[in-house]
Design a binder for this molecule. Structure first.
Ligand code: GYE
Length: 351
């Protein structure tokens, strides 16, 4: 099969996959060559991007950033596939990209485990793989070229430091803190790091970490999980949500149950904290106090991934792990900075 035919059949296969897994088969799900520009395709650097899903505002901003960084004006032809939060779909997408003989594969993996075989297939085909956002746990780190994303455990540690500082300023004792963690998708790097940051701090400080339950990074599940937690515990005063969308859902559930959300724990508020800082509603909630603190997670990786690919094209070896700097936002001014591992981080209250 020639290259063009391979591409056409692979795209048809991709479209069938998207239909069969129940997702919307819209331009949002696959973006690619149109038939008439196939003849020009070889002028472009071809990149296959396997995005993990569309579960949150962070993810939408990340997809948008990727799509706008790899345009034909920039010399790229990008094939985008949405994995609908299923690793199996992403593995199929990578196999499709290999069959299409793309020059680079960019993978935003749903979870960390289970990538060895397909990444070996990419290596055998001689296609470099760049990871974005979350990471993979492989037997051999050379199965991918490099990674760019956030230090999720640091985000969790920063948030835990904020909770500790704030509680101290309020005169609350460690045993006064009754925390629930509404976790992200289990097994994803963002979940693992943010969960670890809180769990370690709870253990070290003697906080009551009542429960850790996944809300899969979605608003709907955040709402469901919070409603269920309120039936199990009557003393929750801190809700640690591993992203803003779940926080919005959780706040809805708390308010529907007659609870007031805000930083004033001593007067009965439930203090909600979260991660991302991308969604405007969440930022407004943080300004008004419904969310007390947000640890920013930057989704704008498109230009960063493009720079990594350009370096690879120039025969350079980019750094293996590339971290982005991130801020902290809070509605309260009592904690203007926090410290993690000897490093100070400002907490902005004017954002
Ligand atoms: O925080 C969340 C999204 O992996 C950093 O995934 C990402 C996380 C982000 O669904 O909103």
């Amino acid at each position: 099969m020639n290259r063009k035919l391979k591409r056409v059949s692979a795209l048809l296969f991709a479209a069938a996959l998207l239909c069969s897994c129940g997702g919307k088969n819209t331009a949002d799900d696959t973006e690619s060559f149109s038939d008439e520009n196939y003849s020009q395709a070889d002028e472009y650097t071809t990149v296959g991007f396997s995005q993990l899903g569309a579960e949150s505002d962070w993810r939408s901003a990340n997809t948008e950033s990727m799509l706008s960084a790899f345009t034909e004006e920039d010399g790229y032809s990008l094939i985008y596939m949405n994995g609908q939060q299923k690793q199996a779909n992403q593995i199929t997408a990578i196999r499709t990209f290999i069959q299409q003989e793309v020059e680079y594969i960019v993978l935003a993996p749903a979870t960390e485990d289970g990538w060895d075989s397909v990444l070996m297939e990419a290596r055998e085909a001689g296609i470099p793989v760049i990871l974005v956002d979350r990471r993979v746990n492989t037997s051999d780190k050379n199965l991918y070229s490099c990674w760019v994303g956030s230090d999720f455990e640091l985000e969790g540690r920063k948030m835990a430091a904020w909770i500790g500082e704030y509680a101290k300023k309020e005169g609350l004792l460690p045993e006064d803190l009754h925390i629930v963690n509404i976790q992200g998708s289990i097994g994803s790097t963002a979940q693992i790091g943010r969960t670890r940051g809180l769990a370690n701090a709870a253990r070290d400080n003697g906080w009551d970490l009542c429960a850790e339950i996944s809300g899969d990074f979605t608003e709907t599940k955040g709402r469901e999980v919070m409603a269920a937690l309120l039936k199990r515990f009557d003393n929750i005063n801190i809700v640690y949500c591993e992203n803003d969308n779940m926080a919005i859902g959780a706040i809805d559930a708390l308010e529907s149950a007659g609870r007031k959300v805000g930083p004033d724990i001593k007067n009965g508020d439930v203090c909600v904290v979260s991660f991302d800082g991308v969604n405007e509603t969440a930022l407004d909630y943080c300004r008004s106090g419904k969310i007390s603190c947000i640890a920013e997670c930057n989704p704008l990786h498109g230009p960063r991934v493009r720079a990594l690919i350009e370096a690879l094209k120039d025969g350079k070896t980019p750094d293996k792990f590339n971290y982005v700097d991130e801020k902290m936002f809070s509605c309260i001014t009592q904690v203007p900075e926090i410290e993690v591992a000897g490093q100070k981080y400002p907490v902005e209250s004017d954002f």
